[in-house]
Design a protein. Structure first.
Length: 119
């Protein structure tokens, strides 16, 4: 009975490590773009002018759809604390627990502009 319990604990621990481990591995990836990926990139570029939609797509899971109900810092009044350029810098480079580079280029600029209006 103890061996069975020990085995189950080991399997659960290995499963936990597999699901939560890694992330920083430098592996060679196939960088060829498929037609579907190219279509997604074009669609994302077309949406670059809509900061709110991009925020909902890329940021709301941590910051909340209403800018204040997520586990990350509230953004409902972020424009009164930071300028657009400072917000853009945070989006591109990260700050605290937020990783940088989630949005890039025009998309990051659109979200920064939209958030800068939140005062």
């Amino acid at each position: 009975m103890k061996k069975l319990l020990y085995s189950l604990i080991c399997v659960a621990f290995i499963g936990f490590l597999t699901a939560c481990g890694g992330g920083n591995d430098e592996t060679e990836q196939d960088t060829t773009t498929t037609e579907e990926q190219a279509g997604d990139e074009q669609e994302q570029t077309a949406d670059a002018g809509n900061g709110e939609a991009l925020f909902q797509q890329s940021c709301s899971s941590c910051h909340g759809g209403d800018l204040k109900s997520g586990g990350a810092p509230d953004l409902d009044k972020i424009g009164s604390q930071y300028s657009k350029d400072e917000i853009l810098n945070i989006i591109e480079n990260g700050k605290g627990g937020m990783p940088g580079g989630i949005l890039k280029g025009e998309d990051a600029d659109a979200v920064a502009s939209w958030l800068a209006e939140k005062k």
